[in-house]
Write a protein of this length. Structure first.
Length: 262
């Protein structure tokens, strides 16, 4: 099998702050990481590679040159090939334009069986890129995959997570599957794998290599614009009640009555 994994380098949201004057993210000095859900997607592809001899895993990402560090991490985890779609023309893209670029990269790579992607990226939380890429490629997709039950010759049987359970879906190959964290636990890299990752070549393609019209990608092709980012105001401090159960219940009723809740 040939498996592709869509990955993204994202800022560590635990370190991100917002400029109160401009309402924009302060990215300077913020470490970048492999998007967590994409790590689960990569792990599932690598697990299938371990299970089915002859399987190859290719990772593909759209981003600036610094995304190479993240792709090296993917290679160190066990991916065989890495592709970076990088150009100033691709900058400022929303999910719509991003999926156009990724689909062009996938088509240039050629024949494949399954495309894995994370459910969503922590810097946007839209959960749109995977399904949109599938739509542009004209292939089916299943989102929120929590388990792969069976790989058949022409289909894949998966469990799709729901709020109150899951549903079993059999999907035609080639297809796109988006992973959630419950799917697996990503593996660790070894020192030897890290050394070997830096000896591998990473293929870089721009808009010319992908043969895409600059008007169809990047900011100019993005119908969605982020007007402002902000942090919600902190909630007020809570109040602890003390006394017996009856006393606390009476106090609570009195306070809710005072606020006209009761």
């Amino acid at each position: 099998m040939k498996l592709l994994v869509l990955v993204k380098q994202v800022p560590d949201t635990n370190e991100v702050t917002i400029d109160p004057a401009t309402g924009t993210l302060i990215r300077e000095g913020v470490p970048s990481i492999l998007n967590p859900d994409d790590a689960n997607a990569l792990e599932e592809a690598l697990a299938l590679k371990d299970q089915y001899p002859g399987t190859t895993v290719c990772v593909i990402s759209m981003g600036p040159p610094q995304a190479m560090y993240m792709l090296r991490e993917c290679l160190a985890m066990g991916a065989d090939e890495a592709y970076l779609l990088s150009s100033r023309v691709f900058g400022g893209a929303d999910t719509c334009a991003t999926s156009t670029t990724l689909a062009a990269g996938v088509e240039k790579i050629g024949k494949y069986d399954i495309i894995f992607a994370g459910r969503q990226a922590i810097d946007g939380d839209t959960a749109q890129v995977g399904p949109q890429t599938a739509q542009r490629l004209g292939i089916p997709s299943v989102t929120y995959v929590q388990k792969i039950r069976e790989i058949k010759e022409k289909t894949v049987v998966v469990e799709r997570a729901l709020e109150d359970g899951y549903e079993v879906i059999e999907i035609q190959k080639p297809c796109v599957l988006t992973a959630i964290k419950e799917l697996n636990k990503p593996r660790y890299m070894t020192v030897r794998q890290i050394e070997e990752a830096y000896q591998k070549e990473i293929t870089v393609w721009d808009e010319i290599a992908l043969n895409v019209n600059p008007k169809d990608v990047g900011l100019v092709a993005s119908p969605t614009q982020v007007f402002k980012s902000f942090t919600p105001p902190p909630k007020g401090a809570g109040e602890m009640l003390h006394g017996t159960v009856s006393e606390m219940a009476a106090t609570l009723v009195a306070k809710l009555t005072e606020k006209h809740v009761l």
